[in-house]
Ligand binder design. Structure first.
Ligand SMILES: Nc1ncnc2c1ncn2[C@@H]1O[C@H](COP(=O)(O)OP(=O)(O)OP(=O)(O)O)[C@@H](O)[C@H]1O
Ligand SMILES: [Mg+2]
Length: 284
């Protein structure tokens, strides 16, 4: 179970395509109440919180070899969490080459990191039986996709998911990772709840914020314009706004993250900026 580590600080990194804001708030509030933390502490029912707290929280244990953990999360699926996580991780490595960067695919139901990072091997084991992460673009990666047969259906049940996550997180030889980027599963189910707890928000990424019309080149905000309001309500910054751009998904499908592909300087710059904000946030 991922956890908040006293000497380290888990960072929550929110990402949201602004289509259903009320649902996002409902989900976020439900999530925060279940986890006994609040993005807006005023909204948490103190009594309920004390009652649940008395039942005991998951134990918080540091991840050996990991110094900072950054989650990429959202209130819904398909908004670009994995794309952002992969590009953030590779961009960090490109811009901070001396730092060790890790990428953990915590989506055991639909792991996409192997495809996006162009990694297919099975991890080797150390003599202590720890899995050695697979590396591409200088980023140490771990994903359930490395451990199951490609294309084979896996029926996960609650406990299995927890065990799988535990294995992905703890039975890995993380090699002094300065920043571990965690790609979270969609939504706010139990898997998600088990890995998010008491987290400060580094900021918002507004993905698919606009699309350029191919006829008149004007920018269309097809998913609406509510991100500034959300950032005010959550009291956190918008770190970057990324366009809906074919190159981003094409690069992801090819296993060449756009942030390091040399194909689009503007988007590279967006991820560089997000990385800088995240690094600053980790050290403030
Ligand atoms: N800015 C973007 N422009 C164009 N396509 C994008 C962009 N961001 C993500 N995509 C594409 O949208 C799809 C969903 O992205 P992604 O898999 O990263 O979302 P997700 O939030 O991780 O989804 P899930 O919740 O299922 O894990 C992918 O095909 C991806 O290539
Ligand atoms: Mg995903």
């Amino acid at each position: 179970m991922v956890v908040r580590v006293p000497q380290l600080c888990l960072k929550l990194f929110l990402l949201k395509k602004m289509t259903d804001k009320s649902k996002f708030f409902r989900d976020t509030l439900a999530l925060s109440q279940k986890l006994h933390f609040s993005m807006n502490p005023k909204k948490v029912d103190q009594e309920k919180r004390a009652k649940v707290m008395s039942k005991g929280l998951p134990k918080q244990i540091p991840i050996k070899g990991v110094h900072n953990i950054i989650l990429v999360a959202s209130g819904k699926g398909g908004v670009g969490k994995s794309t952002t996580a992969v590009n953030l991780a590779t961009s960090l490595k490109l811009n901070y080459p001396a730092k060790n960067i890790g990428l953990l695919d915590a989506d055991v139901f639909g792991p996409t990191v192997p495809l996006m990072m162009n990694l297919n091997d099975t991890p080797l084991l150390t003599k202590e039986n720890l899995m050695i992460p697979l590396t591409n673009y200088g980023v140490q990666c771990m994903s359930m996709g490395f451990l199951i047969e490609k294309g084979s259906p896996v029926i996960w049940r609650g406990l299995m998911v927890m065990q799988a996550l535990e294995r992905l997180i703890r039975q890995v030889h993380w090699d002094e990772i300065d920043y571990l980027i965690v790609d979270t599963p969609p939504g706010t189910g139990d898997t998600m709840l088990s890995i998010i707890q008491n987290l400060p928000i580094a900021g918002l990424v507004e993905n698919m914020s606009n699309v350029k019309c191919t006829n008149c080149a004007s920018n269309l905000r097809i998913f609406g314009d509510g991100t500034s309001k959300l950032s005010e309500e959550l009291g956190c910054k918008i770190l970057s706004s990324l366009p809906l751009e074919g190159d981003i998904s094409m690069c992801a499908d090819e296993g060449t993250p756009i942030a390091v592909s040399g194909r689009n300087k503007d988007i590279e710059e967006c991820f560089k900026k997000i990385g800088e904000s995240v690094v600053a946030f980790c050290h403030k």
